[in-house]
Design a protein around this ligand. Structure first.
Ligand code: HEM
Ligand code: SF4
Length: 510
């Protein structure tokens, strides 16, 4: 058994919750190596670049939070003294600079506010992703927010789900505009029109399994040729997770993702096992209802509720301050209905803004920092954590991403919307394999000196015709990136050359 399997067998990760008060009393230096891993079951992550300080990852199923919850997160962030937090590409928030002494009290406050950091790392079901505009956008088939909540209710704190072979990612989306990269998730539920028992077509999901981005490169989820009704979606997700628990390979960490089981079994056998667990057959896949448009939800959009709008704001590669979080909460109360939604491109939506309030909202000072109308270069920018907090990072991704965006904006002017995503190492947490331009950090030797560099990938995308980007350049020093990208972007189609003109590219509001 590998080291992680051994430590899980010795003590369930969830049991670490019983030790938190002791750790807080005795200090971080007393925490053993195995317990540092188990702490991730509590959502508490030791960060080697910042000794003595931890990151806490907060769940937000489908990215949805209340203004009261965001105010609390702002408060905890402010109390940490260095007032920053990160919005992630799993629609979660990562709190920074947390000391172990504060962890029990922070967890109590999170719980009281209906938030949880449980099972956000290691071999658990990670944050459930869904379209952030679910329930608001006229372009969707199903409101997935209740399904994400229900699935989380099933597995959170439940020992039946706390020892999976490896991490487990789930996307449930009823949206036709692909904002969630579901194709590279362990479970991908996408909108479809299917027929159950010969009845008329009804809205539900097609199911694909075994997608991933890491562990040897990206793999697209394999369709199971199964149609699932919204009311059974959470149960089906739970059954798939338990198949993984019981049959997923555990010997080697790099071969333990669901993808390897699916490759071994094939879709047919996997589906049969799923039906056996559910004790009923599943109807064949329905008509794929995914469209060809991709929306990042940045901008001002009409809701399906008459007279209301949601406003998508761009964060600078996910990094937000305590003051910005507090201000977002205030704006959600003042202009909306006390609700905010984080997106899988590290951004935030402010829903339920009535038409007459839009003008005043756009004049708020915060919207200069988190614009609803960023440049086309900036709106598609995503970055993983990088050297700030991640010891695996080879380069400082977030700072470099923002600096490059500035140069790039100047150099390319008006291009079509373009997604540029950065990961600081091959782990690919910044989802760079599914971007127009994906940048993966590396070290490069220039004139005998080691400098920050990237490998460049192009042409990746999610959606119904998903594909991984092609690695076209290697070892490009970061200082040369503006010139390299400027040349590269000339080969991307501009809106005036795109056929048909009515079909927007990635990131364009519908
Ligand atoms: C062995 C492989 C991997 C390692 C060691 C790894 C490590 C990490 C670390 C250390 C962080 C937190 C950094 C911080 O403090 O902010 C992180 C975050 C994250 N990683 Fe990875 N990662 C791996 C693979 C992946 C893959 C394949 C993906 C999917 C594309 C991914 C997606 C994410 C996301 C979305 C976050 C942000 C937190 C969240 O909301 O879940 N990671 N990863
Ligand atoms: S991609 Fe690499 S550098 Fe970036 S957060 Fe993941 S592990 Fe760290």
């Amino acid at each position: 058994m590998n080291k992680i399997e051994t430590l899980k067998a010795e003590k369930d990760g969830l049991d670490i919750q019983d030790d938190l008060v002791r750790f807080a009393r005795e200090g971080w230096k007393t925490i053993g190596d195995d317990d540092k891993e188990r702490l991730k079951w509590a959502g508490v992550f030791m960060r080697r670049p910042t000794p003595g300080h931890f990151m806490m990852r907060i769940r937000m199923p489908n990215g949805i939070v209340s203004s009261d919850q965001v105010r609390l997160l702002a408060e905890i962030t402010r109390e940490s003294g260095r007032a920053i937090a990160d919005v992630t590409t799993r629609q979660q928030l990562q709190l920074r600079w947390v000391t172990i002494e504060r962890v029990p009290e922070i967890i109590a406050r999170l719980e009281a506010a209906g938030l949880s950091s449980l099972q956000t790392g290691m071999d658990n079901i990670r944050g459930i992703i869904g379209c952030p505009a679910t329930g608001l956008t006229p372009g969707e088939l199903i409101d997935t927010a209740p399904i994400a909540r229900e699935f989380q209710r099933i597995f959170l704190g439940n020992r039946a789900f706390s020892n999976l072979p490896r991490k487990f990612n789930v996307t449930i989306t009823g949206c036709r505009e692909h904002c969630t990269s579901g194709e590279t998730q362990d479970i991908s539920m996408t909108p479809a029109l299917g027929s159950v028992g010969g009845s008329a077509e009804t809205a539900g999901f097609n199911v694909a399994v075994g997608g991933k981005q890491g562990s040897g490169g990206p793999t697209l989820a394999v369709p199971l040729d199964a149609f699932v009704r919204p009311e059974e979606a959470a149960e089906v997700c739970a059954a798939i997770a338990l198949i993984f628990r019981d049959h997923g390979p555990r010997e080697s960490r790099s071969k333990a993702r669901l993808a390897f089981l699916v490759a071994d079994w094939g879709a047919e056998r996997f589906r049969k096992e799923l039906e056996a667990r559910l004790e009923r057959p599943l109807p064949p896949a329905g008509r794929d209802a995914r469209g060809t448009i991709h929306s990042d939800h940045i901008g001002i959009f009409r809701q399906r509720q008459s007279g209301l709008n949601y406003v998508g704001l761009k964060t600078p590669v996910g990094r937000v301050t305590a003051a910005q979080l507090a201000e977002l909460a205030r704006l959600a109360d003042r202009y909306g209905r006390g609700e905010l939604r984080f997106t899988a491109s590290q951004d935030v939506l402010l829903p339920h803004v009535p038409d007459p309030r839009l003008g005043d909202l756009t004049q708020e000072p915060l919207l200069k920092e988190l614009p609803y109308n960023p440049s086309e270069v900036r709106r598609g920018l995503v970055s993983c954590t990088g050297t700030d907090f991640c010891n695996l990072a080879l380069i400082d991704t977030k700072t470099r991403a923002m600096a490059l965006a500035k140069d790039f904006e100047r150099a390319v002017g008006k291009t079509r919307p373009i997604t540029v995503r950065w990961s600081g190492c091959p782990a690919a947490c910044g989802n760079h394999h599914t971007a127009d331009i994906g940048l993966q950090g590396c070290k490069v030797k220039v004139d005998g000196k080691i400098v920050d560099g990237v490998h460049v990938f192009v042409g990746g995308r999610g959606g119904s015709d998903a594909r991984a980007g092609l690695r076209i350049l290697e070892d490009v020093p970061c200082d040369e990136l503006p010139q390299v990208l400027e040349r590269l972007v000339r080969f991307f189609p501009r809106p005036d050359r795109t056929a048909p003109p009515a079909e927007p590219g990635p990131g364009t509001p519908p």
